[in-house]
Design a protein around this ligand. Structure first.
Ligand code: SF4
Ligand code: SF4
Length: 422
């Protein structure tokens, strides 16, 4: 595609990156067929090709309007279009740049700004989010049904093994995950402990930066990334083999640290090292299970039928499609068929709050697809998807590592009311 960017952005790093992405698009439209919002809305401008065109116009100097912003707001940033695109167009990065420019040109209303500020203020801070979630759980019986349904049940925190192995990996605790589902990282630690690896936590690490980044607060996101790099660095220097991330949404963000901090003279090198060391949990567990002599769990009889929901961040951003299901099958679980597995569930970070109607439609479609082959439970790999799916599904929803942990005789059994496996 021919481009002629406007003077305000042409010579900036973002402008050059956007221009190279725009020029790689041949406008074929293949991506439109797999775009969830195009499928729902049916408007070219609510599909990737149309959004690319809108961003091009703005970067070439046509002033953005509230309509431009609405079309970009409706994008889930699921990146299904990137998986489909035969030309390798990096739509997600282009959308980040385009949104940032549009955000500056078209101010939001006071209410919208306040909501976005509140999301950025609360979600990345466990010390705020945890007590607010506890209060919502306490008030659940008196909340309106629609609101009560969104409050996740309390889940068991789970035992954490002591760090006893010479082989060590860092683990990202995350921001909302410890409050919503504290058992996930505990299950990951137990599984890897049995396989000869100790997971260790860097206490001063926190939110990966994705919440702020995807709300176009790029400076705040970069600060969170630098803080995490500082927190992990002593562990990296002490020989940690990897940074394990149990939420694929956070994993996709950490994979970008190197690129996003490439121009930072102080952090560029360390950011690239962090990105190189970051691994989704599925990559780590699959590799450890495949080692000769690995302590595998007994095969369950009969195998439990499980539907795996592959988060967009796992399959489209991290490009780890088809990694988890064969591992579950090899361990004796029975993954069911899931039609249209490439489509987003509608969670998409803060999308379910900011675009509730489209999110609800996507959730209904996804739950129907996941239940279509009669599973006994639903497994996923990202805390956002987990919480969102549970609001629209009567089957238990949990992280796949929790189901794998229970294959061992000393795995964590559900021991609290509200645990999804009850
Ligand atoms: S993003 Fe890729 S698939 Fe979509 S129109 Fe451009 S080249 Fe075609
Ligand atoms: S990221 Fe997802 S919702 Fe956005 S344009 Fe691409 S396929 Fe459509």
């Amino acid at each position: 595609m021919q481009t002629s960017l406007a003077a305000f952005i042409r010579d900036t790093a973002e402008g050059k990156e956007a221009e190279s992405i725009l020029r790689s698009c041949v406008h074929c439209g293949f991506c439109t067929a797999t775009c969830p919002t195009y499928q729902l809305v049916g408007d070219e401008l609510d599909g990737p090709r149309g959004r690319i065109y809108l961003i091009k116009q703005v970067l070439e100097g046509t002033p953005a309007t509230s309509k431009t912003r609405d079309h970009l707001d409706r994008c889930l940033t699921c990146r299904a279009c990137e998986t489909t695109c035969p030309s390798g167009v990096r739509y997600g990065r282009l959308a980040d740049i385009g949104r940032h420019v549009v955000e500056q040109q078209v101010p939001r209303t006071g209410g919208d700004r306040l909501l976005r500020w509140a999301l950025r203020a609360v979600l990345p801070r466990p010390a705020l989010f945890g007590p607010m979630l506890a209060a919502a759980r306490a008030l659940k019986p008196v909340l309106p049904a629609a609101l009560a349904q969104k409050v996740p049940p309390r889940r068991a925190p789970g035992r954490r093994p002591a760090a006893r192995h010479a082989r060590r990996m860092l683990v990202l605790e995350g921001c909302v995950q410890p409050s919503i589902a504290p058992g996930i990282n505990a299950a990951a630690a137990r599984v890897l402990d049995r396989l000869g690896v100790s997971l260790v936590v860097a206490e001063s690490a926190g939110c990966c930066g994705a919440v702020a980044h995807h709300l176009s607060a790029h400076d705040a996101a970069l600060d969170q990334m630098r803080r995490n790099i500082d927190a992990w660095w002593p562990g990296i220097e002490a020989g940690a083999e990897a940074i394990v991330i149990t939420a694929s949404g956070c994993g996709a963000m950490v994979k970008e640290y190197g690129a996003l901090l490439a121009a930072d003279p102080v952090y560029a090198q360390r950011a690239a090292r962090v990105t190189g060391l970051s691994r989704d949990l599925s990559e780590v567990v699959a590799a450890e299970l495949a080692r000769p002599g690995a302590a595998l769990p007994p095969r369950p009889a009969p195998g439990r039928r499980v539907a795996f929901h592959a988060p967009c961040t796992l399959q489209h951003a991290l490009r780890l499609r088809g990694q988890v299901e064969p591992m579950l099958a090899a361990l004796g679980l029975e993954p069911t068929d899931v039609p249209d597995a490439h489509l987003c569930c509608g969670s998409a970070g803060t999308y379910s709050i900011l675009q509730p109607e489209l999110s609800r439609q996507l959730l209904q479609q996804k739950v129907a697809a996941l239940k279509s082959d009669a599973p006994q439970s639903i497994l996923t790999a990202n805390i956002g998807c987990l919480g969102h799916l549970q609001t629209g599904c009567d089957l238990p929803v949990e992280h796949w590592i929790e189901a794998v942990d229970r294959l061992w005789p000393d795995g964590q059994e559900p021991d609290e009311p509200g645990h999804p496996a009850q």
